[in-house]
Design a protein around this ligand. Structure first.
Ligand code: FAD
Ligand code: NAG
Ligand code: NAG
Length: 224
């Protein structure tokens, strides 16, 4: 009861600040411009593939850079009652995992337009890391496969269904026909760039910031 009262107060505050600019700490202009409150977008962000859970966010962030996401997190953390923030890939979750009740959903696929050519970079195989592909979390596996196939290569492990985002599947495990041999997707990741809960961009791997690396891979917490 106490929690839900707190959250609805926050919602009222945020709505005010988005429409009237009256808030305990005003939303920075550059951030406000990227928050979408269009009814159709809100209702899209309130549902997922499962159609079991429905939770409405206050707004959807349309990021055009990583720092837009860090900005949102930092803004939330500056409030007395921070709001919920959730990343959304293709929303092929079935139990509301990409939703943010009374909070803000970050539409990760918007980063695709921003990155354009740099969203998927296939290595030349000459690096000490060997052959790898450097991919934005917002990218779809189908696009990753198309890019690597141009070199006659594919990732060692894939999901069977490829119209899912890299970030969304790495939050789970990612299994498919090659998993029996190469393990799930999460066992084939060399390095991650992660925006943490305090808005810092951290590069991590099994040897650098490994606690973050292993917390993020397969780190999805099912909401109850
Ligand atoms: C038709 C269908 C086929 C499927 N096939 C397979 C399959 O073959 N193999 C398999 O393993 N799974 C499969 N799945 C399950 C699928 O992997 C998961 O549902 C996965 O979460 C979907 O990815 P998404 O991009 O839709 O993620 P979303 O549902 O959008 O997000 C999932 C979770 O990841 C988080 N997230 C999303 N993007 C990011 C990001 N960039 N950074 C950080 N966190 C992020 C979200 O907040 C959420 O918690 C399938 C699901 C469906 C509906
Ligand atoms: C997310 O952005 C994509 C374009 O990148 C758009 O097609 C989709 O409707 C948006 N969804 C939400 C919930 O904002
Ligand atoms: C967000 O806050 C973190 C931690 O204080 C800081 O490192 C980061 O630069 C901030 N990001 C932005 C975009 O303001």
């Amino acid at each position: 009861m106490a929690t839900s009262a707190m959250i609805s107060t926050l919602m009222a505050m945020l709505c005010l600040s988005i429409t009237h600019g009256l808030n305990e700490i005003p939303i920075p202009n550059d951030l406000a411009l990227k928050l979408n409150q269009n009814q159709e977008i809100i209702s899209q962000a309130s549902t997922d593939y499962g159609h079991i859970i429905q939770e409405s966010p206050i707004a959807v962030l349309q990021p055009s850079s990583i720092s837009d996401i860090a900005n949102l997190i930092n803004y939330s953390n500056s409030l007395t009652n921070p709001f919920t923030i959730s990343a959304r890939g293709k929303a092929h979750s079935v139990l509301g995992q990409a939703m943010a009740r009374n909070g803000i959903v970050v539409n990760m696929t918007n980063l695709n337009g921003f990155r354009k050519r740099s969203g998927i970079v296939v290595s030349d195989g000459k690096s000490p890391l060997g052959c790898y592909v450097d991919v934005g979390g917002e990218q779809l596996w189908i696009d990753v496969v198309h890019a690597t196939l141009k070199r006659g290569l594919t990732p060692l492990s894939l999901t069977d269904y490829l119209y899912l985002t890299v970030g969304g599947t790495l939050s789970n495990a990612g299994i498919g026909g090659q998993s029996f041999r190469f393990g799930p997707l999460v066992s084939n990741v060399l390095e991650l760039d992660v925006v943490t809960g305090v808005g810092e961009l951290v590069t991590c791997s099994s040897s650098i910031n490994s606690d973050i690396f292993y917390a993020v891979l397969g780190g999805l917490v099912k909401k109850l």
